[in-house]
Ligand binder design. Structure first.
Ligand code: NAD
Length: 465
């Protein structure tokens, strides 16, 4: 089936899909659960290992686990989420009642990136399918083995008119974006997010944009900075920093800098040994283009600011760069121009929290502002003094693992939310319903506007509110 045929098939099927019972949808999603808990897990892990050397344990933890957790929340709550909800009726609308009822959007398109290719394809698939939509997934061309495995998995469980995967690169994405969908769920870079938004505007199609950005971390003067260093290093170098919510750069209070550095160094050697580029648990950079981008960034940063405090060895054969931590590099330099999306970490010391706040607010809103502090007052001040998709306090990354917590950005880091109920809502239209059962108010207040009606309107305006 070519692209046009599969799109037409799903579009024609969308009204039928919308009327499928919750039981049917949950049965299909349960098949997916069993597949992920069974033999498909190993298939997908093998593909991801071939694509960019991700360890099967990490695939289990960061791709399969959160997908299954979201599925469980969907299974437990779909009936309640899908039910009509009665809303209040004001006194002046006597004789009526009102409800909201979520309804599916229709045919949906999911465009996924390469860094968590399973999770970021199947997570929106589950939310959209549960909401009664058809789903067409376009995974990334940079993980070809995983994309092929995903296509086979989805084809094994779903009918092509219900859910399907199309593989290919920018050409396929561009062709898809010219077509009409009822919702596009895009995860990827901010630059491509703008292209998606422009394409969607042609059809007034609703969108979710899960984008990236430079998520800062502040480690204040009250924090346990040794612990913070360990947590930040774990988060930053997981997936070799190729995570949308990776801590991009760190501000550490000057008094805490040495403790923080000790924490970072400890975790790097503990997790990846003497030479991280040889560690089987340390992920490769996804492709030559990104390897070149990051080694250029590393070279420029070293020229501007001197050698990193730790790491920075590039192994082209393995396509790995050992975790590189720079202390007080240039703020106008290579590391601070764009989202790093790799294992390079600039750390800046500060003495007054106003400095980092000023810098954070001079940039586009990030996905997350991370705060390490023991002071509730400081946490509140940083939270209120910045704007971001999320705040995480005294931990990095783990906020995404709570599927009850809506996930998404704001401004340049994204539009819309996903996870659990938020993901379901993103793929539905909340339809309002108004029922007039008894004598309606317009009988009293319709023309001709007599002086009695005029007085009544004035009395209502004065006394009702
Ligand atoms: P990307 O934007 O390059 O690609 C994402 C998808 O868009 C791919 O499927 C790709 O084929 C398609 N695409 C690429 N260029 C296109 C174009 N010109 N027109 C139409 N489609 C195009 O992103 P990536 O490199 O795969 O992923 C890294 C980016 O994704 C980072 O910026 C990261 O922060 C972001 N990200 C965000 C989240 C989130 O949940 N917010 C999650 C993961 C990654």
């Amino acid at each position: 089936m070519n692209l046009d045929q599969i799109i037409a098939l799903q579009r024609a099927h969308a009204p039928v899909q919308a009327r499928t019972s919750l039981k049917y949808r949950l049965q299909k999603l349960d098949q997916l659960r069993r597949a992920l808990q069974g033999p498909w897990q190993a298939e997908l892990a093998k593909a991801l290992h071939e694509d960019f050397g991700k360890s099967p344990v990490e695939v289990g933890l960061t791709e399969i686990f959160p997908t299954l957790d979201n599925l469980k929340i969907i299974r437990k709550n779909l009936k309640r989420w899908s039910a009509p909800q009665k809303v209040k009726t004001p006194l002046f609308l006597f004789g009526s009642s009102s409800y909201t009822q979520p309804e599916s959007k229709g045919s949906t398109l999911v465009i996924a990136p390469w860094n968590y290719p399973i999770f970021l394809s199947l997570h929106p698939l589950c939310s959209s399918y549960a909401a009664g939509n058809t789903v067409l997934i376009k995974p990334s061309e940079h993980t070809p083995k995983t994309s092929a495995a995903l296509a086979a998995l989805v084809a094994e469980i779903f009918k092509p008119e219900e859910a399907s995967v199309v593989t290919g690169g920018i050409d396929v994405s561009t062709a898809l974006l010219k077509k009409r969908f009822d919702h596009i769920f895009f995860t990827g870079s901010t630059a491509v997010g703008k292209i998606v938004m422009e394409a969607a505007s042609k059809h007034l199609c609703s969108i979710t944009l899960e984008l990236g950005g430079k998520s800062p971390t502040i480690v204040d003067e009250t924090a346990n900075a040794f612990e913070a260093g360990q947590r930040v290093a774990w988060a930053k170098f997981t997936n070799a920093g190729q995570i949308c919510i990776a801590p991009d750069h760190i501000y550490v209070h000057a008094r805490k800098l040495e403790d923080f550095k000790r924490g970072v160094a400890k975790v790097i050697s503990q997790q990846y040994g003497e030479d991280p580029t040889l560690s089987k648990d340390y992920v490769r950079i996804v492709n030559d283009q990104h390897f070149k981008r990051l080694t250029n960034m590393l070279r420029e940063a070293t020229e501007e600011s001197g050698t990193p405090f730790i790491g920075g060895t590039a192994n082209a054969e393995q396509r790995k760069i050992s975790p590189a931590v720079f202390i007080n590099p240039s703020k106008e330099g290579a590391l601070m121009k764009e989202e790093i999306f790799g294992p390079l970490l600039p750390v800046f010391s500060y003495t007054d929290v106003k400095e980092p706040l000023l810098e954070i607010n001079s940039r586009e809103h990030p996905l997350v502002v991370y705060i390490y502090s023991k002071s509730k007052r400081n946490i509140k001040a940083i939270q209120q003094g910045t704007r971001a998709g999320a705040t995480a306090v005294n931990m990095s990354l783990l906020q995404i693992a709570n599927n009850y917590l809506p996930f998404g950005g704001t401004g340049h880091s994204g539009i819309g939310k996903t996870n659990g109920h938020a993901g379901f809502l993103e793929f539905t239209n909340t339809r309002s319903a108004f029922y007039q059962w008894g004598f309606p108010v317009n009988k009293i207040l319709a023309p001709p506007y007599t002086s009695g009606k005029e007085k009544l309107v004035q009395r209502l305006i004065k006394n009702l509110f």
